[in-house]
Design a protein. Structure first.
Lengths: 155, 694
């Protein structure tokens, strides 16, 4: 028997749901995402530096993982912040936007309660989860410095 | 259910022996006229004990003890702290399990793996532990840190502890030793599993399920259900009622799913003495079963969830178990499953002996808002319009307390079907109406309007008005819009998002019929895109085959100005509702204005009201007091409140902030309060408080 554990291939069209009229809508949506400004490059990120340039350290990402497990994993799985979800939400924005969003919204109920270094480490961990390479120095905690790092498509 | 009326108040002897002894001496009492059941499962917890995670089978979280009063509350001191480190592959920073206290011992579960632990109630010493062997099913789990605790029953005079693991096994352990029960359940052919005292729940769950029956492959007890078909886990203990272990379940969060197939979360009943499978209730009705016609597009055949992830409650006297349910698979889009979708987002009363539906009420039709029923329904006896009523109350994310006759399911006060906005998302077809209780009044804001926006300063209000221009606001049940919607709006906003939720279950005073509901203000604005764009085929947690036309890409970016909530305070409250009349008696903010808000630069010079702490308050009721902790975002403090007025009567320090729930018991003559805590350097832990030695 085949267990097919390595991945679940979607059976597109193998079961024709009467309400499944995807293709045209999907293309229109992707175009819509771009034209509606969902996928854009903020001016501050156009210095050329990006999160693909080895902008965090392995150690920092490990600290971020520990914080994620202790604080974030009570409600979140990394799957929410990786793959297509990460790409569609964050590519085109900056590490500063990601940092600022987490720091001003999370943890729920007590946003801003972690230290800037902890938030930066969580960002480093999420970058690592998404396949960006580690480098020699920690991701900075300054919002302006982080805004200079564009989130480009993962390598 | 009155604590003072218990026939065996103050005694800790197992009830079966007590009843036998009482009959032997010819004691008079209505309870003694009934034959002694072979399996003793008392409907009322002996005074001083806490035999269910919710205190009693009706989950009132009430303790009839009275040593701790307004006068001595501030003398409370920490007797011990039980730390939850080292009970899983990593430290769990939350504490979501309320212990039970039976016959001189505390029992609960700890860590991601749900180790069962017995704890000395006087010292906090760990007496025994039980660990389930590792399986791939555990690794696939999505609700590992949501243990909530254990169930208990007495079998032939012996105490038995029951749990459901994240890998979806049912375990029965001897309460005194922690050893697996002999001659119980079925051997599990996996390394490290005992040959008795355990049941693999999956084969019983899927045996009569079409997608499994037509699956071409053998059952793999390590891996569980094939990924193409779905996944199921647990996030609560079972409940044992009249000799039957009732097993609920839990699915992957609907906002994480991208594919439409899944396993229905059918409810399972097992013989508490033997572990034998007794019955199954189909939460997605099959052809010929009640409610089947509420599923169109044949979605009943292949979609799933409708899990009962919150704890179950029961009325043992009437032999009924109350099951709160989740929506079907995929939150925020249901185009592939048109129809009301019974028994999604419902309260179901089942006959505990047969598993047959006695009544149900669907609280949300065709739920796409993540409005699952998040806490155990609370059973109370009250008097409404001069008539004694046995009720069950479901506190909800919507901020309504749906109230039913718990025998018949009839709403105590009218619940009206009212028109709601309709969806513009391709393929989505919402119910034209939703049931809305007329009483008690909603205890949280219903939708977001300009009037609800922050108005501490004209600048903040102007900023908030600017923010909402990018969103579609509306009343409760405001439907999602997809990314790229022709309006150009970023998303929809639906409030409340989780008025009552996992944390801070409702508590109640059976002597007065008052419930104490915790509520947290909040809005949601999920973004949805085609499931195909965000699907992760190689993630072990991805299940199903067919992409949903839409799925949640992120939880939204709707936030207020300058890091402040966009709505007016209070950010969380405790609301007391008299269930004899349905009237709100009082409400009070949860804790005090947080320092972060008090010292916010944009609020300098503003005369702030008490905004409360933005987390779900944690409560329990005693004979004398309403006891509250402030929740995950709050200060590490425990408060005593006047049950009739909400006035704060005393405050003591906790080692860390209170979480989820608390409980109380009397041990060796002394009253204890055990609070689930975490933070301030502590992992998920238990803190026990008691008065100083006399």
């Amino acid at each position: 028997m085949t267990k097919r554990r390595d991945g679940v291939g979607a059976e597109r069209g193998s079961r024709m749901h009467p309400r499944r009229r995807f293709a045209v809508v999907e293309v229109a949506l992707v175009v819509g995402l771009i034209s509606a400004g969902w996928i854009s490059v903020p001016p501050s990120a156009q210095s050329g530096a990006s999160v693909a340039d080895g902008v965090f350290t392995e150690a920092q990402a490990s600290r971020g993982e520990a914080t994620f497990r202790r604080v974030c994993s009570a409600c979140h799985d990394t799957g929410e912040f990786s793959g297509g979800r990460f790409r569609l939400t964050w590519v085109g924005q900056t590490a500063g936007d990601l940092f600022d969003t987490i720091a001003t919204l999370m943890p729920e109920g007590d946003p801003g309660s972690l230290t800037p270094a902890q938030y930066a480490a969580v960002v480093a961990y999420l970058l690592q989860v998404n396949g960006y390479p580690a480098g020699e120095s920690d991701l900075p905690t300054s919002l302006s410095a982080l805004r200079g790092l564009e989130i480009v498509a993962a390598p | 259910m009155k604590g003072s009326m218990r026939p065996f108040a103050g005694l800790r002897t197992p009830l079966g022996l007590l009843a036998a002894a009482a009959i032997a001496v010819g004691a008079v009492g209505e309870a003694l006229l009934a034959p002694i059941p072979a399996v003793a499962q008392e409907s009322e917890t002996p005074a001083g004990e806490w035999r269910y995670i919710g205190g009693d089978a009706g989950h009132t979280r009430y303790s009839g003890l009275d040593q701790i009063t307004a006068d001595n509350f501030e003398d409370l001191e920490v007797a011990w702290i039980w730390r939850g480190d080292n009970f899983g592959p990593t430290t769990l920073g939350v504490s979501r399990s309320t212990p039970i206290y039976v016959d001189g011992v505390l029992y609960t579960v700890a860590g991601q793996r749900r180790h069962v632990v017995a704890i000395d109630p006087a010292t906090g010493e760990t007496l025994w532990t039980h660990r389930e062997a590792h399986t791939t099913r555990f690794d696939r789990g999505m609700r590992q840190g949501y243990g909530k605790g254990v169930a208990y029953a007495e079998i032939d005079g012996r105490g038995v502890i029951y749990i459901i693991s994240p890998a979806f096994f049912l375990h029965a352990l001897d309460a005194k030793t922690g050893r697996p029960l002999e001659n119980w359940g079925n051997p599990v052919p996996l390394p490290g599993f005992p040959q008795t005292g355990v049941v693999d729940l999956l084969p019983d769950l899927i045996a009569d399920w079409g997608p499994w029956q037509s699956w071409d492959g053998a059952y793999d007890p390590d891996f569980g259900i094939p990924r193409e078909l779905g996944y199921i886990t647990s996030s609560s203990p079972p409940i044992v009622v009249n000799g039957v272990v009732v097993v609920g379940n839990s699915a992957e969060q609907g906002y994480n799913q991208t594919r439409v197939e899944n396993v229905p979360g059918d409810i399972l009943g097992y013989d508490a003495r033997t572990g034998e499978h007794k019955w199954k209730f189909h939460v997605i009705p099959r052809p010929g079963e009640f409610g089947h016609e509420t599923w169109e597009n044949d979605a009943w055949e292949w979609t799933g969830d409708v899990s009962s992830w919150a704890p179950l409650s029961a009325d043992p006297e009437r032999g009924l178990v109350y099951v709160p349910t989740n929506p079907p698979t995929i939150d925020f889009y249901g185009g592939f499953r048109p129809g009301d979708g019974l028994f999604g987002t419902s309260v179901i009363a089942l006959d505990v002996q047969t598993g047959e539906r006695v009544w149900h009420f669907q609280t949300v039709h065709h739920d796409i808002w993540n409005f699952d029923n998040p806490t155990a329904p609370v059973a109370l006896d009250v008097t409404v319009d001069g008539r004694p009523r046995q009720i069950v109350v479901q506190a909800t994310k919507q901020g309504w307390a749906y109230t039913f006759d718990r025998v018949t399911g009839e709403p105590i006060w009218p619940i009206e079907e009212r028109p709601v906005p309709q969806s513009e998302v391709p393929g989505e077809q919402l119910s034209p109406t939703q049931p809305m209780p007329t009483r008690p009044a909603a205890y949280e804001m219903q939708g977001l309007t300009e009037d609800d926006l922050i108005d501490f300063t004209p600048e903040l209000r102007a900023e908030a008005l600017e923010i909402i221009r990018n969103y579609r606001l509306g009343p409760i049940f405001n439907p999602p819009i997809q990314r790229g919607h022709p309006s150009g709006l970023r998303s929809f906003v639906s409030c409340p998002s989780g008025a009552s939720n996992i944390h801070g279950p409702t508590s109640a005073d059976p002597e007065t019929g008052i419930i104490y509901v915790g509520t947290r203000r909040g809005c949601r604005s999920e973004n949805i895109v085609p499931g195909e764009l965000i699907d992760a085929p190689n993630d072990i947690k991805t299940t199903g085959r067919t992409f949903s036309q839409f799925a949640v890409v992120n939880r939204g970016d709707f936030r207020g100005p300058q890091g402040l909530p966009i709505y007016k305070p209070p950010y969380a409250r405790i609301v007391a509702i008299d269930m004899n009349t349905g009237e709100h008696l009082w409400e009070t903010p949860n804790g005090d204005t947080p320092e972060r808000i008090r010292n916010h630069p944009a609020l300098e010079g503003v005369d702030l009201p008490n905004t409360g702490v933005p987390s779900h308050p944690v409560t329990m009721v005693t004979k004398t007091l309403l006891i509250t902790a402030e929740g995950t975002a709050g200060l590490p403090r425990l408060h005593a409140l006047d049950k009739r007025t909400g006035e704060r009567l005393g405050t003591v320090a906790l080692p860390a902030s209170g979480q989820y729930g608390m409980m109380g018991y009397q041990h060796e003559g002394r009253q204890y309060i055990v609070v689930q805590v975490a933070g301030s350097g502590l992992p998920g832990s238990l803190a026990a408080l008691r008065l100083p030695s006399p």
